[in-house]
Every structure is written in C-alpha cells, then in structure tokens.
Design a protein around this ligand. Structure first.
Ligand SMILES: [Zn+2]
Length: 56
C-alpha cells in the first residue's frame, strides 16, 4: 500500500534513512545504537543520505 500523505512520506523516509550501519558486517542497527547487534562491533556509521548535494 503506497503512502500518499506527504507528511507521512517525510516521516517514513526519515525513519528509513536514520539508521546506523555496521562498518564491520554491514548490519543495520537502530539510530541510537552504540554497537552492532549482530557482531558487537562499535564501528557504526550513520546511514543518512544527503539530499540536494549533487555536483554539476
Ligand atoms: Zn556488525
């Protein structure tokens, strides 16, 4: 079921992008995670995409 409400789309896209990705195993973790739930590594990077940063 597609989401048409622009407010909901904004919230959902933020929730989808706002995650931490483990640099070791690549697992997705909650945005407030301090270590990977799969391998326990503390090397996490944010999975936030920057919009409107295209170089041209
Ligand atoms: Zn990991």
């Amino acid at each position: 079921m597609p989401i048409r409400d622009p407010v909901l789309v904004n919230i959902v896209s933020k929730r989808v992008l706002d995650k931490m990705v483990c640099r070791k195993c690549g697992a997705l973790n909650p945005p407030n995670a301090t270590k990977c739930r799969r391998c326990g590594s503390k090397s996490l990077r944010p999975k936030k995409k920057k919009l409107g940063m295209k170089k041209g």
